[in-house]
Design a protein around this ligand. Structure first.
Ligand SMILES: NC(=O)c1ccc[n+]([C@@H]2O[C@H](COP(=O)([O-])OP(=O)(O)OC[C@H]3O[C@@H](n4cnc5c(N)ncnc54)[C@H](O)[C@@H]3O)[C@@H](O)[C@H]2O)c1
Length: 254
């Protein structure tokens, strides 16, 4: 039986992540895409690939650090030529800056935040766009954060970096629309992940869940479902938008 993303190749940066990264990869593979599971952690990427293969899907691993751009872009060129081009790009790889007061953010931390979320996404997108233009079709999804919608009192560098992604989403959407390329963003709310457990801790996550409209935090698959929607033809008339799967968090205030 044919699937909606049959014949499409998707690249997910940070795709080896046990929370959302792997969920995006599984969701895209379930819709028929061949998924390039990219991650800094080779073993994590390989595990996600094995899981996708175990469910009858198609995937390959790509190791590498998206902040070491010269090396990364060389590997990406090889992947683009061996796969015939990336049709779906999910700029997901990221780090946490939660629980860091503004005055404690030094230049090094600021640069790391910008390098992974903004510079990495910028130049990876720049590398995949020529093949998308040649095909007259492409889908780009940038993973931002709910913090872009209302700020964060202890993650201003993180929020600035993720907000830059929203600016890129709108600018690329306008610039690339004539070539059939759709660019959107997802801005998920807080969820349990390695990153959030290490930064805000379990007690904070529990309190946030209790205070949330549905009494719980987001689940990785709930965000991955939106990413898979934005990657498919059913969202072809949506571009330059930010969808925030946040369980009603923003309508009730924070
Ligand atoms: N967890 C949350 O509550 C939450 C909420 C909103 C947005 N986000 C965003 O989602 C992304 C992370 O999602 P998650 O928390 O589900 O984590 P995740 O489980 O998907 O892990 C993230 C992955 O990114 C990889 N990575 C980090 N830096 C990299 C680099 N330089 N090169 C290649 N890979 C790299 C890590 O190795 C890790 O496997 C980030 O962009 C984060 O800002 C997270």
């Amino acid at each position: 039986m044919s699937k909606p993303l049959d014949g499409k190749t998707a690249l997910v940066t940070g795709g080896g992540g046990p929370a959302m990264g792997s969920a995006h990869c599984r969701a895209l593979a379930a819709k028929g895409a061949h998924v390039i599971v990219q991650d800094l952690r080779e073993d994590h990427a390989a595990a996600v690939v094995a899981d996708i293969h175990g469910h009858g899907g198609s995937a390959e691993a790509m190791a590498g650090d998206i902040t070491k751009l010269d090396d990364f872009l060389l590997s990406l060129t090889e992947v683009i030529s061996s796969t015939g081009g990336i049709d779906i790009l999910v700029n997901h790889a990221g780090i946490s800056g939660l629980s860091t007061p503004f005055e404690q953010i030094d230049q090094d931390f600021f640069d790391r935040m910008m390098n992974v979320h903004v510079k990495g996404s910028f130049f990876i997108t720049q590398a995949v766009v020529p093949e998308m233009k040649a095909k007259g079709y492409g889908k780009i999804v940038n993973v931002a954060s709910e913090f872009c919608l209302y700020g964060s009192p202890s993650a201003s560098h993180y929020t600035a970096a993720k907000s830059a992604l929203l600016g890129l989403t709108k600018s690329w959407a306008r610039e690339l629309a004539p070539f059939g390329i759709r660019v959107n963003a997802v801005a998920p709310s807080l969820m349990e992940s390695e990153l959030t457990r290490a930064s805000v801790g379990d007690a904070f996550l529990k309190a946030e869940a209790a205070a949330a409209p549905f009494g719980r935090l987001a689940l990785p698959d709930e965000v991955a479902g939106v990413v898979a929607f934005l990657a498919g033809a059913e969202s072809d008339f949506i571009s330059g938008q930010t969808i925030s799967p946040n369980g009603g968090h923003t309508i009730v205030g924070i």
